[in-house]
Design a protein around this ligand. Structure first.
Ligand SMILES: NC(=O)c1ccc[n+]([C@@H]2O[C@H](COP(=O)([O-])OP(=O)(O)OC[C@H]3O[C@@H](n4cnc5c(N)ncnc54)[C@H](OP(=O)(O)O)[C@@H]3O)[C@@H](O)[C@H]2O)c1
Length: 272
């Protein structure tokens, strides 16, 4: 049995779309009532460890979608509870969606690296780590033009090796359906061509006039963002602006897992 967690999130929903018709696939979510009809669903809430023993019963492969939008201690507690429950339930293989290696400077990298280490140190689990790059959809959101048609995101001349979320979902499915071939492997799943504010603007028929990090921090704080979200977002802009997320400069693992070239990020951003 293959259990996918987080199927009502953006990535999990795309994974489930690709797996829903298969025998032996079970959908896990905090809101199983929202799982598409016809797919067996189980309650999975990493914040409520008591949900995990029944959810993981009989599971051979667990595709564990990270539950990352929170402070580090909260995320680490979630992921720690999920891995411990997987060990206790006798799950054979955990496939974990992590963060690309070039994201080490990002404020949310720590919880991903903790989770990777916890998996590596497991005495019982086989594992595969999918080090996902930042989504093209995420770049589109953080570099969206204002009503005046100007993108003011503080990206400077920096670029991001953004990746289509659907490609990451497809790669995750390919690994989760044949996990033995990927045991003990970490894959760097980033876009093949990095894009920056100027290219996003061109693709959208907008103009690019990058702002400063300080102004952005003030605007994000004033927008009602939660405390932990402010450094997450500002740190992401800074890491892109200063050239840390432009990709490894070599062909990554994504094309190999997909069996085809990844979809260009600008196509996703322009809605083509
Ligand atoms: N690479 C990127 O650009 C990027 C951007 C944003 C986030 N992320 C990370 O990648 C993950 C998946 O991305 P996404 O686009 O699907 O994010 P999303 O749409 O914000 O979905 C959040 C995900 O977290 C799960 N989740 C939250 N709290 C949980 C809990 N207590 N127990 C179990 N699952 C929980 C949700 O599952 P249910 O709602 O189904 O329970 C859902 O799958 C995120 O959670 C985050 O860690 C990556």
């Amino acid at each position: 049995m293959l259990l996918v967690t987080g199927v009502n999130g953006g990535l999990g929903a795309l994974v489930l779309e690709r797996l829903a018709a298969r025998e032996g696939v079970v959908a896990g979510s905090r809101t199983p009532a929202r799982v598409p009809a016809g797919v067996p669903a189980r309650l999975v809430d990493f914040d409520r460890p008591e949900t995990l023993a029944p959810a993981f019963e009989g599971v051979a492969t667990l595709l564990m979608i990270s539950a990352g939008a929170a402070e580090d201690d909260v995320v680490i507690a979630r992921h720690g509870a999920a891995i411990e429950a997987a060990e206790r339930a006798g799950v054979g293989h955990v496939v974990y969606t992590s963060l690309s290696g070039d994201g080490d400077h990002l404020p949310y990298a720590l919880a991903h690296r903790w989770t990777e280490r916890r998996l590596r140190e497991s005495a019982t689990l086989r594992w595969t780590v999918l080090r996902n790059g930042l989504y093209a959809e995420f770049l589109a959101a953080i570099a969206a033009p204002g009503p005046d048609g100007v993108i003011t995101a503080p990206l400077g001349d920096g670029r991001l090796a953004a990746v289509a979320r659907a490609d990451l979902a497809e790669a995750a499915v390919n690994v989760a359906l044949a996990p033995a071939a990927h045991a003990g492997r970490s894959y760097e799943l980033v876009g093949e061509r990095a894009v920056g504010g100027a290219e996003v603007a061109e693709a959208l028929g907008a103009r690019y006039r990058p702002g400063a990090l300080g102004e952005t921090r003030q605007a994000v704080t004033a927008s009602g963002a939660r405390d932990f979200q402010v450094p997450m977002l500002v740190g992401t802009y800074s890491a892109i602006a200063h050239g840390f997320l432009a990709g490894p400069g070599v062909r990554g693992d994504l094309a190999a897992l997909l069996g085809r070239p990844p979809r260009p990020a600008l196509e996703v951003i322009a809605g083509r």
